[in-house]
Design a protein around this ligand. Sequence first.
Ligand code: ZN
Length: 256
Amino acid sequence: MDRFAVISDIHGNLHALEAVLGEVDRLGHTEVVCLGDIVGYGPFPHKCVDLTIRCCSIIVRGNHEEAVINADREMEFNGPAREAIMWTRGVLGPLHLDALGRLAETAHPNDSVLCIHDSPAAGSMDYVHDAYAASEAFPAFAEPICLVGHTHVPVVFEALRLGDQDAGPMAPAEIVVHQAEPGVPVPLCPDRRYICNPGSVGQPRDADPRASFAVLDMNDRTFTVHRTAYDIDAAQLATRQAGLPTVLADRLAIGA
Ligand code: ZN
């Protein structure tokens, strides 16, 4: 796979997922990689699991999938998130729970790219959200590019040296942070390494409420974030009607 769409953190938001897959189709992409958190927070876990399995060539497991299939992990979540995990576990049947349990933790769409939901740092549930966290994550993988989700914020971290495990720790000053503006390709140089985050389909947290995804093009060597408008009112109404915590509906309108 040399050119494919990257989606992550759908969180049961079917309205956002359908809008994103429509846009992926319109852009002419046939392959989609999903970085996990298909469920949690939103009211349509079944349909989002079904649609993701149908449309994605690769899916890795997120921490919300972990918590839905393993109740011991629930305590890692705050009030509304934990409530949504319990609600999701209650509405998913054995077929869907089994499908989530079979998702791999990591995947390789090609030799140059590692996919993982949260961070390549071993055993971590950490958020790669700034240059400091990125400086700890880069030595933990060998591939030129690592695709992560989990923070719900689109961004590209660029390491100024190859920095494999033998080269010792990396300093935050050795990381360039690209804010990944929508529609503006971030060039990926062959002599640098990258951690790329497509943002969140179903619950963006960068103050832009539009659904976020990205396209990785290994031929052009670019990572391009895209934003897609969707019916936020309908997603909020469905969230409230499902009886999920109202804060999970409210935040969709402000991208927080
Ligand atoms: Zn998430």
